[in-house]
Structure formats: structure tokens, C-alpha cells
Design a protein around this ligand. Structure first.
Ligand SMILES: [Zn+2]
Ligand SMILES: [Zn+2]
Length: 327
């Protein structure tokens, strides 16, 4: 922990008084060096707070004092990708808050006005922080996967994003089978709406367990939040014909590695999904506002204890999402 200068207001930006900032598994990727960080950087890409000051020369319905959620990609709104629903891959982004621009693990953060979303009345700052990453990611992955009524869906990994994927898939009319690494997480998965939950201790036995839970069928969609080679192989074996494996999670040194014939004979698809677009965040917040999604905030941690909060994720001890809160 160290003191930093309060950021200055620049043209096109607002200064946000941070009220809540989620601690993500991605934080461990920075700590491990999987995502390189060039310069000293304030982490924290899941941010909710109040507008402290704002460039009034920019036309916007937002004003000082408003409660806001932050879309952490500082997208340009103008490049081909931004104009074609691929804003999460903006080619001219000013940066990404908490990745290469100072993020929310501090009292004040500077955010482009374009990246602000009004926080709906029924969504708390802590919940808003969770939606800024987990919720948005689940909505985006679901759009890419085309999850639909009648699908049997697997969610491998019951962390912050997994809990959201379960609920968004349910909203689409799917039957959801969660695959967790502990009884507690399996219980949590059912609490948020999973129809069934498997506790996996042996990947060799997992496809059979999934088959039983799916009444003999394969999985039409699998959201993989775990990102392990052995896990991906078990998922590939569990897909239905023309099923879609959506890779969202990844790990240091784990490679996608399987002989393709099994996949080919069922015309399986592999998709990848990264974060989301601003519209995915808006939809996620709307679901929360309408009470159609439950947001699990596991721990509220004071800013001074941010390092301990990151360690809890490394130790795989968080059920849901830890959120850093500032007074
Ligand atoms: Zn995140
Ligand atoms: Zn762009």
C-alpha cells in the first residue's frame, strides 16, 4: 500500500469516488506475470462509485453525485470493432482500467465518460462492481454461445463468473449442470438456480457423471471458467453433437491439447469469449435491478487489506466475489 496523487480531471473524463472494487481471478494473472504490467499500476477493473467531478463540456445525462458502474475498457466508440459490437476488442482504446491504466484499488479513479454506466437504483455498489466483470462476462459469453431454450448447459467452475453464467443460462431457458471443486460451491451453484451440481474430484470420471446428470444426453453449451488441459479434455468428451465449448478461463502453462477426431465426429464448436461489451454490462445490471439475477458478494474487504483479498483468490478460498470497499 502506498499513497498516490488524486487523479486530475481531463477533457472527456470524470473522477469517480470509488465505493466498491471487485477482486478478480485475473488479479492472480498479474501477480504471476501471465499478464505483463509494464509500469507501477493500480489494479482493480471492477469498479462502482459516485461521480465526484465530470467534464461538463461533454454531452451526457450523467452529472456529479450520480451513482455509476464502470466499463473498464476505455474504448474509442469509433473504430470498426467498436461500431460492430466488438467494443471489447477496440483497436484504438485509450487503455483498460486496472490492466494498463490505474484502476479501482484506490479512493479516486479517472474514467472516460464514455465508459460510465448509470448504476440502477436496486443495485448496490458492491453488486455493481461484480457485474462490471462477472456479470458482463457471463452475458457476453451467453450471447456468443447462443444459449437457448431447451439447451442442456454445463458450467465448469463456480466462482464469480460461473455463478453468473448459471443464472444467465437459466434466463435463456436452459437446464444447467454446474461442475464445482467442492461441496460448498456445488451448494452455492444450486442456490443461484443450477438444476444439478457435480463435485468433481476425478476428471477421468467426470464425463460419465455429466452423462448421468444430463439423463444420457451431451451438453449443448459448456462455459469453461477453469482453463485446465485435463478439464478441457473432459468437457470435449461431454459435448453434445454440435455442442459449443466456450473458453473463458485460462491458466498459466495449460494448453488446449486433444486429438480432434472425437470432436470432429460430433461437429463440436470451440468458442472463446473475453470480457464483454458495454451493452452486456448494461443488460447484466438490468437483470440485477429487476431481481432476476442474484449477485453473490462473498466478502467486503477494506482497501487496506487488498493484498490479503488477492491471496484468498490464489488460495481458492473465495465463494462468489470479494469486493474492496472504501468509505
Ligand atoms: Zn474481473
Ligand atoms: Zn474502438
Amino acid at each position: 500500500m502506498e499513497d498516490v496523487e488524486k487523479p486530475e480531471l481531463l477533457a472527456g473524463y470524470a473522477i469517480i469516488k470509488v465505493r466498491a472494487a471487485g477482486v478478480c481471478a485475473t488479479e492472480t494473472h498479474f501477480v504471476e506475470g501471465l499478464i505483463p504490467v509494464g509500469t507501477p499500476l493500480v489494479l482493480g477493473h471492477e469498479i462502482a462509485g459516485d461521480i465526484e467531478s465530470i467534464d461538463t463540456a461533454i454531452k451526457t445525462s450523467l452529472k456529479s453525485g450520480d451513482r455509476v458502474d464502470v466499463y473498464n475498457m476505455m474504448s474509442c466508440g469509433d473504430c470498426f470493432n467498436c461500431r460492430n459490437d466488438m467494443e471489447n476488442m477496440c483497436t484504438q482504446a485509450a487503455g483498460q482500467l486496472g490492466f494498463n491504466a490505474d484502476g479501482g484499488f484506490q479512493e479516486y479513479v479517472r474514467v472516460p465518460i464514455r465508459s460510465l454506466v448509470a448504476l440502477p437504483a436496486n443495485v448496490s455498489y458492491e453488486e455493481g462492481a461484480v457485474h462490471a466483470c462477472s456479470g458482463m462476462t457471463a452475458v457476453h459469453a451467453t450471447r456468443l454461445a447462443g444459449t437457448k431454450i431447451g439447451d442442456i448447459v454445463g458450467v465448469h467452475g463456480v466462482g464469480g463468473v460461473g455463478l453468473m453464467c448459471i443464472q444467465v443460462a437459466k434466463l435463456c431457458g436452459a437446464k444447467v449442470i454446474a461442475i464445482a471443486d467442492s461441496e460448498e460451491k456445488a451448494t452455492l451453484a444450486k442456490e443461484v438456480g443450477a438444476d444439478d451440481a457435480i463435485v468433481c474430484s476425478d476428471y477421468a470420471a467426470l464425463p460419465e457423471a455429466i452423462k448421468v446428470a444430463a439423463a444420457g444426453a451431451g451438453l449443448d453449451v459448456i462455459y469453461d471458467l477453469v482453463g485446465s488441459t485435463v478439464g478441457w479434455n473432459a468437457m470435449v468428451d461431454s459435448l453434445a453433437c454440435r455442442g459449443r465449448l466456450v473458453i473463458i478461463g485460462y491458466r498459466k502453462e495449460d494448453m488446449l491439447d486433444f486429438y480432434p477426431v472425437g470432436m470432429l465426429l460430433k461437429e463440436g464448436h470451440i468458442l472463446t469469449s473475453v470480457a464483454g461489451c458495454k451493452r452486456d454490462l448494461e443488460l447484466s445490471l438490468r437483470y440485477a435491478d429487476e431481481g432476476r439475477i442474484t449477485t453473490i458478494v462473498a466478502n467486503r474487504v477494506p482497501l487496506e487489506m487488498v493484498n490479503e483479498a488477492i491471496q484468498l483468490i490464489i488460495d481458492r478460498k473465495v465463494k462468489g466475489r470479494s469486493v474492496i470497499t472504501t468509505p
